[in-house]
Write a protein that binds this ligand. Structure first.
Ligand SMILES: Cc1cc2nc3c(=O)[nH]c(=O)nc-3n(C[C@H](O)[C@H](O)[C@H](O)COP(=O)(O)O)c2cc1C
Length: 173
């Protein structure tokens, strides 16, 4: 199920001491969401379970960031990422997410797990500027694949200029 609300300029804040948790299968279909995640999303548990995780996707999020997320997960690596999500009514909320693959005893990926916290305001401002420039770059390319590639290239360029890895960058802002 995809929700049809238009994004609106209303921000919801994750509780300062709250953790938003969700689990998915290997395809990113939601299998579990904790109370805090359900509450802020505005969806019911029934609407979330079985839905693709992009049900909370906000259009202000660059494609290249999710491409990086899936690249990491496919490599059995974790990732930290700032994510702007959309609530059912079109409002938004920011999180700093840690997404990890869950492995069985043989090392096979059996699903994914995400824990999210409320980011600092100054970090949100910095990330908003970065994401705007990635979105603008992606927007210049009609083909999805090319948009992702160019977005990734710009992200790498920014990291190169800052002289840091993606993880260092994310955890330092
Ligand atoms: C465990 C896990 C948690 C995720 N959490 C989010 C999330 O909170 N918001 C989001 O937009 N995408 C999240 N994603 C990524 C989505 O699966 C999807 O790649 C993204 O929304 C982009 O969707 P699109 O390719 O349809 O544009 C998550 C993926 C996994 C595996």
């Amino acid at each position: 199920m995809k929700h049809k609300a238009s994004p609106k300029d209303v921000e919801r804040l994750v509780d300062e001491d709250g953790f938003l948790v969700s689990k998915t299968d290997v395809k990113g279909i939601i299998k579990y969401a904790n109370r805090s995640f359900i509450k802020i999303s505005g969806f019911t548990e029934g609407e979330l379970l079985g839905a693709n995780h992009n049900i909370v996707r906000h259009r202000d999020m660059p494609r290249s960031v999710f491409a990086l997320l899936w690249e990491r997960l496919n490599d059995k690596q974790e990732i930290f990422a700032y994510v702007k999500n959309m609530c059912k009514d079109g409002a938004f909320y920011w999180v700093l997410a840690n997404v990890t693959p869950s492995l069985d005893t043989k090392g096979n990926v059996v699903g994914y797990y995400s824990v999210r916290r409320r980011p600092r305001r100054d970090a949100i401002e910095k990330v908003t500027r970065l994401y705007r420039s990635l979105l603008a770059e992606e927007g210049k390319h009609a083909k999805r694949k090319e948009a992702v590639q160019k977005g990734r290239a710009l992200l790498n360029q920014v990291l190169h200029e800052e002289g840091v890895s993606y993880d260092k960058f994310i955890l330092s802002i």
